[in-house]
Each structure stands twice: as structure tokens, then as C-alpha cells.
Ligand binder design. Structure first.
Ligand SMILES: Cc1cc2nc3c(=O)[nH]c(=O)nc-3n(C[C@H](O)[C@H](O)[C@H](O)COP(=O)(O)OP(=O)(O)OC[C@H]3O[C@@H](n4cnc5c(N)ncnc54)[C@H](O)[C@@H]3O)c2cc1C
Ligand code: SF4
Length: 505
């Protein structure tokens, strides 16, 4: 059995199977696009990549049973399709790689359990650390922090290491990864490699438009890699053209520049069209050959070998309870503009606008614009999680949920991030040009043109002061809060009430 995010040609599932004898089963299911409303590009990417993979398998002589979304009798759910497949083929056992989502794993266990068919899970070799490796790492630790895990991974796998320690004498060049652009902007950035749809993908695009006309997002710009060859070309393009500047401007944002120096490789890696190891190796080689500075290369590798591996470990350590945590007891509904981009806040209009166009936003846009607003407005974490899970082309729950619940919404009370990523509009003003031409003023917390981020930042601190007192890294922010006079507090509270009523609808 091969799932939509397991499209590696060297999968252990294939290594264990007998070509021409065993059935390779794959299925498209409408429910995967509707259990949370999915961006059309996300659905299209999964289906196009799956269909290309199935065509490759068939060409290699595998017996493929591929259920298409529009096949007669498609039950619409992966569980329903698996049940039908078991009754069709009467397998001795069902073999698959660990699923990327707790819900899906449970569904398969239930179906196979009820049918009395053994289900064999194979460990997923596409990650540097197995789930057990991470459990070992977590054992006995009071706090889990990415940085310590990352160093362990660097050592264990000998990545960016020199004789006496980390390359360049430092584990982390984060401080060099936070530049913003000057007022003239990023200048000419080489266009990232795109992959115009072929016949298979075009058919999928038509199907998605027809089956999910009301789902969010556009297919206008669809040019994501859908085969391993394309994913490799996308990697080479990034390493050659954008990696050298990636580090410096990793956190920067600019209007009408959705990709800047980012790699656009997350979806290809998550679907296993591209090996994370190949991306890490290529980046390290670029540094060793003098083609990219260490700060850029370390910044890129930290995201993959550090964050990506760490969030996967955290997800499997804490699921299924993880999805229910709400440490700050946030209960507000997700504002409607998350689905339309229609808001006067220019930063959110830009970020959500490009998200709807491409199914893409880079890390800081997700964390410090879309996520920050939801945090400050006190949106219920489950609703924020469902939005992120549906709206980005690279969203698979093992990576999305910890980033949303843990890093962005502080819903785990600090088990993952050492403090909430709470900031005023001034952070956005520093890192982008969004505030220029916005109707609001990022420096103001009260008055007609007060920036909603800034207003809600103070309101967030006031609302959660009790809970945040036990977070050591919040001390400075709370000290600033304590300096606010009672009148100022009252005024901000009133303004926050208006923002919630007028802006967060
Ligand atoms: C609220 C929120 C939700 C997110 N949801 C997802 C998601 O559903 N799927 C997803 O793949 N990433 C997610 N991320 C992480 C990150 O934003 C994306 O991986 C990145 O923006 C993808 O674009 P890129 O390939 O151009 O990345 P680059 O900026 O070029 O980074 C290189 C690679 O590093 C990895 N990476 C970077 N940051 C992270 C991170 N925080 N966690 C895990 N891997 C990381 C990705 O594989 C990425 O391709 C989320 C981050 C936040 C803050
Ligand atoms: S002023 Fe506030 S709302 Fe407007 S772009 Fe800046 S941060 Fe966003």
C-alpha cells in the first residue's frame, strides 16, 4: 500500500514486495480534500504526483490497483477504499510505511483489525531520526528544545562537522539569518524553476475544479514538481540560484514576492519526491565547494535536519492528545478573511492573498503574520490548525500540527517553544514593506489608525498575564506591560474590543 505522501521510488514497501505478483494499492479519496477544506492546489499536487507515481510503477512491471477519485463506486474515504480492496484481493497482509497522520493510521488499523488482515507498518527511512530515536532523545528531559536535538543530529550524521566541532566554530548562525531588505526591496531574484502541467496533471486540474469547485484557492499558477526528476531540478535550481542569499533574508517579507530566496521544496520532500538527505547533502556540498556561505547553508540545513525532524518527533510523541491542547483557553472563531484575503490589514491581505493564489507562504509569513494574528486575537487553536492543514500545498499533519499548535499558537503551554511568538505590528514593519501604504500605523495601540496587531498584542498580554508569568522568557514583555498606566490599559482593552468586533469578523 502506498499513500499520497509516500511516493519514493526506493520505498521499503517495494523492496519487500514481489514485482508482478503482489498488488501495489493506491487510492484517491474525496474525504482527504474535504475533512478540512483543502486548497485546490494541495489536492491537485497530491493527485498529480500519485498518478505520475502509479504510471511509473506500472511501467516498471508492478501490478498496480489504483483507485481514482472519479472511478465508479469510489467510496470517498481511504478507509472505505481499503476495505473494498481487501475484499477484492484477499491479501495475506497489508504492508505500508508509517502514515504521516495519526487519523489515517488509526483508520487503517480499524479496517484491517475488523477484517482480520495483519497490518505491517514499516519504519519510514526518509527521516534521519526514527520515531523511537526521538523518544529516546525525549526520555528524561523536562523540556524539549529543537537546538539540542539538532546538535545531536549534526554529530550523529556528521553534517557540517569539522575535526573539532561544528563547521565555522558555531552550531547556529541564526543571528545572521534575520536581515530585512533596504527600502529599494530585494532587487532581481531569479525566478524559481516551475513545471508546467503535462497531460496527467492537466487532467487532474480539470478534475479538481469539477469535484471541488467551492474549495479555497486557485490553480492558475500550478507549477509544483510532481515527479522525482522535477523535484531534483527544483533542488538544483535552488542550490544554484537562491541558496547563497537564503540565510540573510530568511525572515524577510516583501509585497508581491511570495518566494524570495526560499527553496519551495517542502511539498516535494513531504510527498517523498525528494529525499531530505539529498537536499541537505547538496547544500553542504555547495558550501564545501565555496558556492554558498556557511550562514546560509547552516540556516537551510537547520530547517530540515533540525526543525523538520524535531516536529515529526514531537508529533508522534504527543498525539493524539496533542491536537486537543489549548493552554491559553483561546475560543474565538477564525475570522472570515482567512478564506478570502479581504481585510484592510495589508500584511494579512498580502500573505493570505498569496496563500490563496499559490498554496504557499514562507515560514515567517506563516508564523509572524497569519499565525501571529490568530494568536493575538485568541482564535481557537483547532480552527487555526484546520486552516493550515487545508491551505498549504505542503501540509501533512505531522509537520503542520506542531508548527501551528506548538510554535505559532502556544497551545501546548510551552512544551515546544520557549515562549509565545507574540509581537506588535512593529515587527512586521521591520521585516517587510507591508506597513507602507497600510491604513493602520504599526506604532499605535490606540486611536483611529491603531494597528490591530499592536492593539491585540497588549490585549493578549493582559488577557494571559497569569499564565505567561510562569514563562521565564516573557519576563521583559510582562515588565513592559506592568509599566502601562491603568488608563492606558483600559483604553487598549476598549480598542481591542472594537478590533475584535469590526476587524475579526
Ligand atoms: C504555522 C506554521 C505552519 C506550517 N505548516 C507547515 C506544513 O504544513 N508543512 C510544511 O512542510 N511546513 C510547514 N511549516 C514550516 C515552514 O513554514 C515550511 O516548511 C516552509 O515555509 C516551506 O517553504 P520552503 O520549502 O520554501 O521552505 P524554506 O524556507 O526554503 O526551508 C527549507 C525547508 O526546511 C523545512 N522547514 C523549514 N521550516 C520548517 C519548520 N518550522 N518545520 C518543519 N520543516 C521546516 C521545509 O522542509 C522546507 O522546505 C509551517 C510553519 C508554520 C510557522
Ligand atoms: S500597520 Fe499593522 S495591519 Fe498594517 S501592515 Fe503593518 S502590521 Fe499589518
Amino acid at each position: 500500500m502506498i499513500l499520497g505522501d509516500q511516493l519514493c521510488r526506493r520505498s521499503p514497501v517495494l523492496e519487500r514486495a514481489r514485482r508482478g505478483e503482489d498488488v501495489v494499492w493506491m487510492a484517491e479519496a474525496a474525504e482527504e480534500s474535504t475533512h478540512v477544506p483543502s486548497h485546490k492546489a494541495r489536492t491537485a499536487l497530491f493527485l498529480a504526483a500519485m498518478r505520475h507515481h502509479a504510471a511509473w510503477l506500472a511501467a516498471q512491471g508492478w501490478r498496480v490497483d489504483y483507485r481514482r477519485l472519479d472511478d465508479p463506486g469510489n467510496t470517498g474515504s481511504l478507509g472505505g477504499e481499503l476495505l473494498a480492496a481487501i475484499r477484492r484481493h484477499h491479501p495475506r497482509r497489508v504492508v505500508l510505511l508509517e502514515a504521516g497522520e495519526w487519523r489515517v493510521a488509526k483508520m487503517f488499523e480499524d479496517v484491517c483489525g475488523a477484517e482480520g488482515v495483519p497490518l505491517v507498518w514499516l519504519s519510514d527511512p526518509h527521516f534521519y531520526a526514527t520515531r523511537d530515536d526521538f523518544r529516546q532523545h525525549a526520555r528524561g528531559r523536562k523540556q524539549l528544545r529543537m537546538e539540542f536535538f539538532y546538535r545531536e543530529m549534526r554529530r550523529r550524521h556528521g553534517i557540517l562537522m569539522e575535526k573539532h566541532g561544528p563547521a565555522g566554530g558555531k552550531w547556529n548562525f541564526d543571528a545572521e539569518n534575520r536581515e530585512s531588505f533596504s527600502s529599494s526591496g530585494p532587487g532581481g531574484i531569479p525566478q524559481p524553476a516551475g513545471f508546467p502541467p503535462d497531460d496527467i496533471t492537466r487532467e487532474v486540474l480539470r478534475l479538481v475544479e469539477q469535484r471541488f469547485p467551492d474549495n479555497p484557492g486557485s490553480l492558475r499558477h500550478f507549477d509544483w514538481p510532481v515527479t522525482p526528476e522535477q523535484a531534483r531540478a527544483a533542488l538544483d535550481d535552488f542550490i544554484g540560484n537562491r541558496l547563497p542569499q537564503f540565510g540573510r533574508f530568511q525572515d524577510a517579507m516583501w509585497t508581491e514576492q511570495p518566494f524570495l530566496f526560499h527553496s519551495r521544496l517542502s511539498a516535494a520532500m513531504n510527498l517523498k519526491l525528494l529525499e531530505a538527505r539529498d537536499a541537505v547533502r547538496a547544500a553542504e556540498e555547495a558550501w564545501r565547494e565555496g558556492k554558498a556561505p556557511l550562514a546560509s547553508v547552516e540556516g537551510f540545513i537547520r530547517q530540515i535536519l533540525g526543525w523538520r525532524e524535531y516536529v515529526r518527533g514531537v508529533y508522534w510523541l504527543w498525539m493524539p492528545e496533542y491536537a486537543t491542547w489549548n493552554a491559553l483557553d483561546a475560543q474565538a472563531p477564525l475570522p472570515r478573511f482567512y478564506w478570502t484575503g479581504e481585510t484592510e490589514m495589508r500584511c494579512l491581505r498580502e500573505v493570505i492573498g498569496q496563500t490563496l493564489e499559490y498554496g504557499y507562504a514562507h515560514h515567517i509569513q506563516r508564523l509572524m503574520v497569519a499565525g501571529l494574528f490568530a494568536l493575538l486575537a485568541g482564535v481557537e487553536p483547532r480552527q487555526v490548525h484546520e486552516w493550515y492543514l487545508g491551505i498549504y500545498v505542503d501540509a501533512v499533519e505531522w509537520v503542520e500540527l506542531p508548527n501551528v499548535l506548538g510554535m505559532s499558537q502556544f497551545a501546548d503551554g510551552g512544551r515546544m517553544a520557549s515562549k509565545p511568538y507574540a509581537a506588535t505590528g512593529k515587527y512586521i514593519a521591520r521585516m517587510s514593506n507591508y506597513c507602507q501604504g497600510c491604513r493602520y500605523d504599526p506604532a499605535r495601540a490606540t486611536g483611529e489608525n491603531a494597528c490591530p496587531f499592536t492593539v491585540l498584542y497588549w490585549d493578549f498580554l493582559m488577557r494571559n498575564e497569569g499564565e505567561l508569568r510562569r514563562v521565564p522568557r516573557m519576563e521583559m514583555q510582562l515588565a513592559n506591560l506592568r509599566r502601562l498606566a491603568p488608563d492606558a490599559r483600559r483604553e487598549i482593552r476598549a480598542q481591542a474590543g472594537r478590533v475584535k468586533k469590526e476587524v475579526c469578523v
